[in-house]
Design a protein around this ligand. Sequence first.
Ligand SMILES: C[S@@+](CC[C@H](N)C(=O)[O-])C[C@H]1O[C@@H](n2cnc3c(N)ncnc32)[C@H](O)[C@@H]1O
Length: 271
Amino acid sequence: MSETYGWVPEGVDITVPDASRVYDYALGGVHNFAVDREFWHRAEEAFPGAGLVARANRAFLGRAVRWLADAGVRQFLDIGSGIPTLGNVHEVAQEANPDARVMYVDIDPIAVQQSRSLLEGNPYARVIEGDLRDPEGILYHPDVLRLLDFSEPVAVLTVAVLHFVPDAADPAGILKRLGDAMVSGSFLVMSHAGPDATPEGRALQEQVRKLYERTPTPVIIRDPEAVEALFPADFELVAPGVVSATYWHPDPDEADESPQPTALVAVARKR
Ligand SMILES: C[S@@+](CC[C@H](N)C(=O)[O-])C[C@H]1O[C@@H](n2cnc3c(N)ncnc32)[C@H](O)[C@@H]1O
């Protein structure tokens, strides 16, 4: 039986799995279709740690935003923000500081539409459709310029999105172009798919990587050195550097979560 939903924007193909909807389902969300759910079940079957990786990534996002808010950051540009789910950036940032500005950007029209309806009435949080591979299209978008002041520090978040950007699209160059628009004291936040710790794990992970070739956004796995090399030269990594998500400033009640080497994360500050 085919699914029809009033909330699906025109032109969205719901016959192929999509990274944003697959991740939404992995985190327990409802904005996904049979094809996304079936995709996720196959991914979990191939790589049983996949659910833990998604949750560890999302938990890192929340901790990083809290940490940045504590460090005095009041503006956030979240690129590849996804379909709204538990612990959205504006909720975490505005809990710490009700005036915090948050601009969401995603390439997926469903993620944009769902974010827009969630943000209605929130004067300091907005969303645009945009492509990380076109940083100027984001930086100079009129809505971005209206909300964010680039003469003040900004945290640019690329969380679980750069592994959809192949080397041919020059991910380091993209981050440099973003970094060049940011003043000293700004931050880049990243999480990225990394290799599993064991050869057996890497073989299972390869099956998931192959599955993602069926989506509009195939995944590129990069090791910690390659992830570190993506940061612009004028950014320095905040301790503890590039680590498994669960090791980045863990909350005491999360300390028992097993480390997921395939969820690499890092935060860097512009000198
Ligand atoms: C796995 S989700 C991550 C969501 C959120 N950042 C998080 O970590 O909880 C990845 C998101 O990146 C988006 N995405 C993929 N390629 C993109 C691109 N080139 N530009 C902007 N967004 C992109 C997808 O649509 C999806 O919503």
